[in-house]
Ligand binder design. Structure first.
Ligand code: SF4
Length: 197
């Protein structure tokens, strides 16, 4: 009963937070967006993927990771024995940066309260940081992704695995192998009985 009310609570709290983001003008990305891309997935999940920001397809559809990179992310999730509907996917910034550029530090800082609250509500057992921007924002570092990937870090008390962004994999297929190694570590962590892995 407690678990059920917790998960209902998560869905309600996420929906309320989504509502609060609507119409946000806290940074300049509000001027170029079609719509806010809050995030999508299972509020009860143990696994959250955090990317950089919505691209053109995401901006039009209002859903994260629906373009080519999203299809590759679906394959990664499937290889982990999951479905997109089992996990939760969101981004550092909720509005599309012009020309898909990387969010500027003041933009990711402006959007961070939404991301922080989203992750606090979800309280997953693991977070995958997709690419440099997500890893650097979540872990408050400027380490290159190539140095961070493959090891767990902590965001609050949640283990974070930085790995390459699917858009990078589209340009550099050889990087799929290290990503798969990283995801195996995440699967291993999630299959452990201890919540700390
Ligand atoms: Fe608001 Fe975030 Fe969109 Fe900036 S990116 S306008 S902070 S929702």
């Amino acid at each position: 009963l407690t678990l059920q009310s917790d998960s209902a609570d998560r869905a309600v709290r996420l929906a309320a937070l989504d509502q609060r983001t609507q119409g946000c003008t806290s940074c300049r990305l509000s001027q170029s967006r079609t719509q806010i891309v809050f995030g999508a997935g299972n509020p009860e999940t143990d696994l959250v993927f955090v990317g950089e920001g919505p691209g053109r397809d995401e901006d039009l559809k209002g859903e994260p990771f629906v373009g080519r990179a999203g299809q590759l992310l679906d394959k990664i999730i499937a290889a982990m024995g999951r479905r997109r509907s089992d996990v939760y996917i969101c981004n550092v910034v909720k509005c599309r940066p012009p020309e898909n550029r990387t969010p500027l530090p003041d933009e990711s800082a402006a959007c961070n309260p939404f991301l922080a609250e989203q992750l606090a509500i979800l309280a997953p057992r693991a977070i995958v940081a997709l690419g440099k921007c997500a890893a650097q924002v979540l872990l408050a570092t400027d380490e290159p992704i190539s140095r961070m990937r493959g090891r767990f870090f902590a965001y609050r008390d949640v283990p974070v695995m930085p790995t390459y962004h699917p858009a990078y994999l589209l340009r550099n297929p050889a990087a799929k192998r290290p990503v798969w190694e990283d995801m195996q570590k995440v699967m291993q962590l999630l299959s452990g009985s201890s919540s700390n892995g």
